[in-house]
Design a protein around this ligand. Structure first.
Ligand code: NI
Length: 254
């Protein structure tokens, strides 16, 4: 029983998207949440969710894709948010690593999409990179009613502490398995089991032992194994716990 709570099944990355989905489901990944980060990928996520029972979608404009957005963009995101299989607004957030020259635009997009999430009673999926303080500040200024998830959460103790305090879930991806992830164990230890999610963030960031290869949802088991090791519980237990947590935050019937 495993759920990949965040990935991107992009037609531009895989020769056959349907095969990737089917292979993942056949290998024991029971549910997959496909996230968009711009209009094209958000629409693709909804199409996949409508096609497969096991697939759900999150829609949103990510911080690295805010340059061409306008009011119409948000209207389309709002329209997509109303679809039955859309379970979150995301990924959204701030990324000053890839671009720190459009911070104003990034903040505006984040704020706008928090409003959309609140309007439709959806949680948000947050991407934050080199922008921890601003992300936390914005979440304190603009309350997200249904909370959400820090996806591929940076291994930053202060962020994890504050995110938990604000009521968010913490989702771990491939980087916690990397041999050079110095404080992975310590950060995993900080997160109570009832606030923990796992994800592949595929096609990026494949976990060990597949680091460097193209990632897909079948690798979720390696992230589950890592967490199980640190928390000293079985793989079955962590799979069930993170499955239930994801169903909880995204209001999916399990
Ligand atoms: Ni992502």
């Amino acid at each position: 029983m495993l759920i990949d709570s965040h990935c991107h099944v992009l037609s531009s990355e895989y020769d056959n998207v349907d095969e990737i989905i089917k292979d993942s489901i056949n290998s024991g990944v029971e549910k997959i949440i496909v996230n968009g980060y711009d209009l094209k990928t958000s629409k693709e996520a909804v199409e996949l969710a409508n096609k497969y029972d096991h697939v759900y979608a999150a829609v949103g404009i990510g911080p690295s894709n805010v340059t061409d957005v306008n009011d119409e963009t948000y209207d389309i995101i709002s329209k997509l948010a109303k679809e039955a299989k859309v379970v979150a607004i995301g990924e959204v957030g701030l990324d000053y690593y890839w671009n720190n020259e459009n911070i104003g635009l990034q903040r505006r997009a984040f704020r706008k999409q928090i409003l959309i999430a609140n309007l439709y009673g959806l949680p948000i999926v947050i991407h934050t990179r080199e922008a921890v303080m601003d992300t936390l500040k914005m979440l304190k200024e603009h309350m997200v009613i249904k909370k959400g998830v820090f996806h591929c959460c940076p291994l930053n103790r202060e962020l994890v502490k504050e995110a938990l305090k604000l009521g968010f879930y913490i989702s771990f991806a491939g980087p916690v398995t990397f041999k050079n992830a110095k404080n992975a164990d310590e950060v995993i230890d900080m997160v109570p089991l009832d606030r923990m999610l796992i994800e592949t963030d595929s096609p990026y960031l494949a976990p060990e032992p597949n680091r460097g290869k193209r990632n897909d949802s079948r690798n979720i088991k390696y992230i589950a194994e890592k967490i199980a090791n640190v928390k000293q519980i079985s793989l079955e237990e962590i799979s069930k716990i993170t499955y239930d947590n994801a169903c909880n935050v995204f209001e999916i019937k399990n």
